[in-house]
Design a protein around this ligand. Structure first.
Ligand code: FRU
Length: 568
């Protein structure tokens, strides 16, 4: 259907057979200050649009809707014009079929990995999950996104939907930075993280909340906005709901990541992450407006955290761990501890989950635990779905991000958020079993043999002889030393990046599980012990994939070991 060809130089042509009503999104900039760039769109030889831009610094977005169907040709002169991205979709079928990428540049190309089963953007950079929720019956995931490179820059919101939390359809870019911000690629801000709720109006749809960041704006760099989308595809122009930080709290300029949720009193609540002289703070706002559009007022500083030398609390999120109408129900408050560093293990930017009582206006913490001992599950965001709370996180950590290098990222497997009466459990969603493509082994690994893995996409399930029975699994990998060990210290992901001087210890101190599930994929390892009582996520450099697995120690500790090859 799609083809790209150089016709008589210097015109570059992208071709596709498209139906009437198809929409094309494209980003174009000029290579010359003395000459605008143009891109012509024609169907069956009839020119329908000529997109022109004088911008030279950052790509300019344009949308073209085809009034007739047929053989579409998009042509431009590559010596005048640079095109970062062209995709198309039909609004009537995009929810089932997703967008179709017709062209991307080398700079924003997704990594070429096969059998990869983690969510990745179709192009460009991705960080935090945003607006994770079920709207009009469908689970949506929005995410922090820069479409033009594999590095963080001016933020947009990418968008995808799923029926099973595992298989995704990519939808058109949902939120765009303001005109002022989108002119330059200087990373001054954009549509930062936020959340979404079902729109209350009779037409349905989704209402999103997000921070607009604009560096050096006076007096506020970060303000809160909302936008409505009736069709769940296109957002209306956003409006400002919180133009400034609350007075009198002596907060730094950090004021971001609105997370909106229904409180036990039936009113919409909003959490925001910030910081004061003592450390990170989570702010609580409320509105009585059933639409969540107006009337947001500051209620209280809901929570403080200053451990590990953290600065701002980022991406706060709160979910009930039981029936919202039962006053005995505990709530889990989860947020990222920006710039935190655990002196014992060397891990950075940890995520904490605090369980306590929440009456809609105040939070009484009872238990605090680490959300993920691998620390590459940042900006975790959860919502209450039909079967209870489910969350997802960015499978990375700012510590490893370099401004100079490309850094293709993924999301973690979606996880349940459960309460066992004493601790929060975050097991993977049940539908991950649908990835089990082939049973590879049920006896050889347990008996001490090394197994060669054709594909690095595998799940390993270990039953231990007794809780905490010590063992060590070693994985063969081209670029790193990788393993999983359980011993008297606890459960650890053994990870050594040979190119780095020091690596943190990824340890769940004191863990004594009876069962361990390990998900390996090109670029990641996730460990879920005792149904997610201890969960560890580590991003792995390169997409080489694990080639083999063997028990390095503790054969007698393993009563059963099963391995599946996974395929999406
Ligand atoms: C967390 C975060 C958020 C911010 C976003 C910007 O990873 O720093 O606080 O909104 O990333 O992309």
């Amino acid at each position: 259907m799609i083809s790209q060809a150089m016709s008589i130089p210097p015109v570059y042509i992208v071709q596709a057979d498209l139906d009437a009503g198809a929409v094309i999104h494209l980003w174009l900039k000029s290579r010359r200050t003395d000459h605008p760039a143009d891109l012509r769109v024609s169907v069956d030889g009839v020119e329908l649009a000529n997109v022109v831009t004088t911008r030279t610094e950052e790509f300019e977005f344009s949308e073209v809707e085809l009034s007739q169907g047929g053989k579409a040709e998009l042509s431009y002169n590559p010596s005048d014009a640079a095109v970062s991205l062209i995709y198309t979709f039909h609004p009537l079928t995009v929810r089932n079929e997703g967008i179709c990428v017709l062209h991307h540049a080398a700079e924003n190309a997704p990594p070429e990995v096969t059998d990869n089963y983690h969510f990745r953007p179709p192009f460009g950079w991705m960080n935090d999950p945003n607006g994770f929720g079920r709207f009009d019956g469908q689970v949506h995931l929005f995410y922090q996104h820069y479409p033009h490179r594999l590095r963080w820059n001016t933020m947009h919101w990418g968008h995808a939907i799923t029926k099973d939390y595992i298989r995704w359809k990519h939808l058109p870019v949902f939120l765009f930075p303001s005109d002022e911000l989108s002119k330059r690629d200087d990373g001054r801000g954009g549509a930062f993280s936020g959340s979404a709720i079902s729109a209350a109006g009779s037409e349905g749809g989704v209402r999103v909340f997000f921070t607009e960041q604009m560096r050096d704006r006076q007096p506020e760099e970060q303000i809160q906005l909302t936008a409505l989308s009736v069709d769940g595809l296109v957002a209306t122009a956003p409006s400002v709901i919180l133009p400034q930080r609350p007075d009198g709290l002596d907060l730094t300029l950090d004021f971001r990541d609105p997370y909106v949720f229904k409180g036990p009193d039936g009113y919409w609540k909003m959490l925001l992450g910030s910081r004061d002289k003592c450390g990170g703070v989570v702010l609580l706002y409320e509105t009585l407006d059933p639409e969540g559009e107006n009337g947001w007022t500051f209620i209280t500083t809901l929570h403080r955290e200053n451990r590990y030398g953290m600065t701002a609390a980022e991406c706060p999120c709160m979910v009930p761990l039981g029936d919202i109408n039962n006053p005995q129900t505990r709530w889990a408050l989860i947020f990222g501890l920006l710039t935190s560093r655990d002196a014992i293990t060397g891990r950075r930017n940890m995520t904490s989950v605090t369980v306590g009582r929440f009456n809609g206006r105040g939070f009484v913490p009872e238990v605090e635990q680490e959300l993920d001992f691998g620390s590459d599950a940042y900006a975790f965001q959860a919502f209450v779905d039909d079967g209870g709370p489910v969350g997802i996180a960015w499978l990375a950590n700012w510590t490893d991000v370099s401004k100079k290098d490309d850094f293709a990222t993924a999301m973690t497997l979606p996880r349940r958020v459960l309460w066992d009466g004493a601790a929060v459990l975050t097991p993977p969603v049940e539908s991950v079993v649908s990835l089990r493509h082939l049973a590879l082994d049920a006896s050889r690994l347990a008996s001490g043999q090394q197994l060669t893995l054709e594909s690095g996409a595998v799940e390993i399930e270990l039953d231990l002889d007794a809780p905490g029975a010590p063992f060590e699994l070693g994985f063969g990998h081209a670029d790193i030393d990788l393993g999983v060990r359980l011993d008297a210290d606890g459960l650890a992901i053994l990870f050594t990046d040979r190119s780095r001087k020091t690596t943190p210890r990824y340890l769940a101190a004191g863990a004594r599980p009876s069962q361990v599930r390990i998900f390996l994929d090109a670029g990641s390892i996730e460990v879920f012990a005792d149904n997610g009582r201890w969960t560890g996520t580590k991003r792995l450099p390169s997409f080489a994939g694990v080639r083999s697995v063997a028990l390095v120690a503790g054969c007698r500790a393993i009563s059963a070991a099963r391995i599946w090859q996974l395929k999406i």
